[in-house]
Write a protein that binds this ligand. Sequence first.
Ligand SMILES: NC(=O)c1ccc[n+]([C@@H]2O[C@H](COP(=O)([O-])OP(=O)(O)OC[C@H]3O[C@@H](n4cnc5c(N)ncnc54)[C@H](OP(=O)(O)O)[C@@H]3O)[C@@H](O)[C@H]2O)c1
Length: 411
Amino acid sequence: MKLETFPKTVFLTGATGVLGGSILKDLLQSTSSRIYCLARGKDLVHCQERVRSFLRVYDANGALESAFLSRVIVLWGDVTQDRLGLSKATYAELQSHTDITIHAAANTSLLLKYKRLEPINVQGTGRVIEFCLGTVEKSLSYVSTYTVMGDKTFDNSVRFQETDYDLGQGFKYMNYQRSKFRAEAMVRAAQGRGLKWRIFRPGQIYGDSTTGAYPHSETQVTGLFYDLFKTAMDTRVMPESYIHYDVVPVDYVSRGIVALSAGVENFFDVYHLTNPDAKTFSQVMGLLREIGYHIDLLPEEIYKQRLRRGEITKNGEPYTSTILKAFNLWYFISEISFYVSAMTDCEYTRSKLETLGVTCAPINRKLIETYVHAGIRGGYFPSPSHSDNHNATRAPVDFSANLFSAEGCPT
Ligand SMILES: NC(=O)c1ccc[n+]([C@@H]2O[C@H](COP(=O)([O-])OP(=O)(O)OC[C@H]3O[C@@H](n4cnc5c(N)ncnc54)[C@H](OP(=O)(O)O)[C@@H]3O)[C@@H](O)[C@H]2O)c1
């Protein structure tokens, strides 16, 4: 589908990321726009190579290569630097050309200290806002996250709507979420200075729903949700949990951002780019088991005990992963339980996107198998051992009716 009305010149940040690479692919596929990409690297050539290699993750057969060469201009920069790391002349020229900015750059680590995240996620967004305010259209599509709901994420009485923002949420030990909340506040406040914004809050971004493509080896920050799958496959245990576990394909998120950035009538709108097919964590683990992985779901307290004693192992050997570090932080320092959670509502976004012809692949065996097979091919996931998964401890299969009920979990 071609978006004829799409702004002629786009300034994109984060093109060397999971989402930004897919946004670039969609801009090349469905618009005729010229795209300026801000990227980090050793020098300009390195930046160009990096942007190109991310595009190739999602455009494996190189169908967009000539569009890339004719329509993409890579800029060597950094959102933590004055003028985004660009020379005065380049910055001014870029401002004079840009019709819309899509800001997807961020540090997405859930484990870093706030002072490491703030220069990129908060002050960097501030610089992007200043950049936009100096363009003629003053138009910004800002990529936020549904986790701006902070500690309300684990409150199963909350149904987080697109119109919600400040729920009185706290951010103790939630540094990434705090930084994104603050950045969103800056975007909203800049409306008073003429900024025309749209805010996109993706869920947990997984790979392309058709090919399974995901930049495992290219990203600087480990894909936490993939790391969780791998840890489940390797250690064969996970906590039983009825949190809203979003698996949203990157192509739905990027197509949604591009489609909803095309018009001029929907400024100051917020969109939840989560999967409309809501599932719990235990259901998603159940899909991995159906594919053939032996994964026991342990009561949360038992899982915590094993984690504390270093008994989450692979074939009896000590095991470490980013998600286990995150579990340690969340369980023992933040004292969070993952048994239940809030629900992120995306009905408004879903219906808007449906009218634009953008739909999301449901979370079913086919989707998870697509990701698993792509991960096995890329050497990221181990193959399943079909022989012994029938003994795995299963979560109840009939809890979907109770999902997000007042209690939020099966009794
Ligand atoms: N992944 C998810 O599940 C998820 C969920 C909700 C929201 N989001 C949001 O979606 C956006 C994209 O996330 P992602 O998953 O694509 O992240 P990612 O894979 O970690 O990519 C982050 C991008 O930001 C760039 N970046 C980092 N620091 C920068 C700096 N100082 N200057 C310029 N660029 C910089 C990175 O460049 P380098 O390659 O040089 O590091 C990379 O291109 C972020 O705003 C994130 O908060 C992501």
